[in-house]
Design a protein around this ligand. Structure first.
Ligand code: ATP
Ligand code: MG
Ligand code: FE
Length: 340
């Protein structure tokens, strides 16, 4: 099978052709970071307009680079949600038009299922497995009891990890997106300012990062008020250590409780070097197989959408052409056992 997948949920316009659910024939990603950078975050109206300008070119390029023609395609996959509604719509309109014109099925796809199944493009998954999703808008522990069955056992109660990284970076006047800059500062620092960890209830797999973010802002404000020089490296390292400690501890506890062999790391924050290092050490000690996609498949891309859509393609679960963008689409309801 050949799936043309489209992703426009946020600030990346992307299209990809996937063969047999596993082989990436092309994966074109056009990032809008430079457009949004001066606003310090994604501006939804600008994101939609940029998607409109680039989507056709990106789709054409993805098909051309795959070495195939439009007529060879089996199905069109597109991110249905979650994401910015105006941004999602651009990809959805393009996908519907193509599906109709080529008379092939449409597959509305869950963005976070995509982040998780990015791992299937490079690794063999063994069920049950546990996924730790760390992205700009999500921080979740997801149990996959079998292929395409998603159960969210923990989620953030306030900020997502990536969001916390970006807010802390902004307070330190670092460029957007701030995650990679904090990661670098933390890695270079020789000392760390100790900051609180939000463990929540003893048996909870939920997360909370807004208290930590406030603690960081308090340190910055105090230094400014007293006219003291701030050790930004030590602050970045303290922040990162707190984040990683909670993520890794909860993920490993979940793996132990649900007796999974594998832990899948995914989402943009999976690029974090501190997190990767700590997770691989702790998984190594505990005999857990840690799967992480290459960085290019961690941040938003259409190949991961194609990988998730393949779950539905093989089961003949297709989406009607009147499908709507769904910014609040539930991951659990997108499970293959729930049908179309
Ligand atoms: P979602 O998938 O939840 O809708 P998103 O698609 O916007 O959100 P991603 O593209 O998966 O999010 O990830 C972007 C986030 O990853 C940003 O917040 C960015 O700062 C963060 N990030 C990228 N690299 C790193 C890094 N090395 N360390 C920490 N955070 C990082
Ligand atoms: Mg992005
Ligand atoms: Fe994403």
């Amino acid at each position: 099978s050949l799936i043309l997948a489209i992703e426009t949920s946020c600030d990346e316009t992307s299209a990809s052709v996937i063969r047999g659910g596993k082989h990436i024939l092309s994966n074109i990603v056009s990032s809008q970071i430079d457009v949004h950078e001066r606003f310090g975050g994604v501006v939804p109206e600008i994101a939609s307009r940029k998607h409109v300008e680039t989507i056709t070119i990106i789709m054409e390029q993805a098909v051309r680079e795959s070495g195939h023609k439009l007529g060879d395609l089996t199905a069109i996959a597109v991110t249905q949600g979650p994401g910015l509604v105006g941004a999602l719509l651009v990809g959805i309109v393009a996908a519907k038009s193509l599906a109709l014109a080529l008379d092939i099925p449409l597959i509305g796809t869950h963005h976070i299922a995509g982040h998780i199944y990015a791992n299937a493009l490079v690794h063999e998954l063994e069920y049950p497995c546990m996924a730790l999703v760390v992205s700009g808008g999500h921080t979740e522990l997801v149990l996959l009891e079998s292929e395409g069955e998603f159960r969210v056992i923990g989620r953030t109660r306030d900020d997502a990890v990536g969001e916390a990284y970006d807010k802390v970076a902004r307070a330190l006047k670092l460029p957007y997106p701030g995650g990679p800059h904090i990661d670098r500062l933390a890695g270079e620092a020789s000392e760390a300012i100790t900051l609180p960890r939000a463990w929540l209830e003893a048996d909870s797999y939920d997360f909370s990062f807004s208290g930590l973010k406030s603690a960081v802002l308090a340190v910055i404000n105090q230094a400014r008020m007293k006219g003291q020089e701030l050790d930004e490296g030590a602050l970045a390292r303290g922040f990162q250590e707190s984040v990683i400690d909670v993520l890794v501890t909860k993920a490993l506890r979940a793996v132990a409780q649900y007796e999974t062999k594998q832990l899948l790391l995914c989402g943009g924050v999976a690029a974090n070097r501190g997190l990767r290092t700590e997770l691989s050490e702790r998984c190594g000690e505990a005999g857990i197989q840690l799967l992480i996609p290459p960085n290019s498949l961690c941040t938003d891309n259409a190949a991961m959408i194609g990988a998730a859509a393949y779950l539905k393609l093989t089961r003949g679960q297709f989406t009607e052409l009147d499908m709507k963008a769904d910014p609040g689409l539930s991951l659990e309801e997108w499970s293959v056992s729930r049908g179309v």
